[in-house]
Design a protein around this ligand. Structure first.
Ligand SMILES: [Zn+2]
Length: 243
């Protein structure tokens, strides 16, 4: 259920895998995405299970409507009933005990926290979002609220690796023109993009030093959801919160 979990000075980072939930194929088992065609009751049950597994109240987990952009929303509590969930790809909060969640199935989930300033952010960085600068936007939203890049702890979760993410030559060139570190080649010798490498290059340029990158490639791992591998599939989640 929990693929990876870490705590640093009162900031908590966690990523799920696909097991331990109630969803049926092709979303088996722990699908946490509400917009992929799965039974909403199963998604709700899975979100409760995952939250309980992390010692969180599921009602204090904030999700976003991800659209592959670079907009950031500030949040200081759960979305109210009837509130439209904002279409953004990053959330930032200065509220203790409020968990920010990001959904992925190959894209890079990025979790950020400055435990000293008490500011956390979660970002969804697929290829378009990485190119659009969602990670720098999230870091800026944090520094606007008192965070210092030198204190930010950054963790990226399971995502498709640069040796699996095949793209047309022209697309690789377009991405590499914006972020050279994302230039990659598949294990079979064709053009590819390494989105996580791009994210980490961006973090380094911003002065974020305490970084960690998941070794898991979602496309290669049977324990993780992969959109590029399976198309109809579930979503993994990354969670960040402060004590
Ligand atoms: Zn791979």
């Amino acid at each position: 259920m929990i693929d990876q979990r870490e705590s640093v000075s009162g900031a908590h980072f966690a990523f799920t895998d696909r097991w331990g939930g109630v969803s049926a194929a092709p979303y088996e088992q722990l699908n946490l995405g509400g917009a992929v065609g799965d039974d909403p009751a199963a998604v709700l049950a899975n979100r409760k299970r995952a939250a309980a597994g992390l010692g969180l109240d599921a009602g204090r987990v904030v999700w976003m409507n991800q659209v592959h952009g670079a907009d950031v929303a500030e949040v200081d509590g759960p979305w109210g009933d009837g509130t439209a969930i904002p279409s953004v790809d990053a959330l930032v909060t200065a509220r203790d005990g409020l968990a920010l969640a990001v959904l992925t199935a190959d894209c890079v989930p990025v979790l950020l926290a400055d435990p000293v300033a008490g500011v956390a952010a979660a970002a969804h960085a697929g290829r378009p979002g990485m190119v659009a600068g969602v990670v720098p936007a999230a870091v800026k939203a944090m520094t606007d609220r008192g965070a210092d890049p030198s204190r930010i702890v950054a963790r990226t979760g399971p995502s498709v690796c640069g040796r699996c993410y095949e793209v047309p030559e022209r697309m690789r060139a377009e991405v590499a023109a914006v972020e050279p570190a994302a230039y990659a080649e598949t294990s079979w010798g064709t053009p590819a993009v390494d989105v996580a490498a791009g994210v980490h290059a961006q973090l380094e340029r911003l002065g974020v030093r305490d970084v960690g990158r998941s070794p898991v490639c979602t496309m290669e791992s049977p324990d993780h959801f992969s959109y590029r591998r399976d198309r109809a599939t579930g979503r993994l989640a990354g969670y960040v919160w402060l004590d």
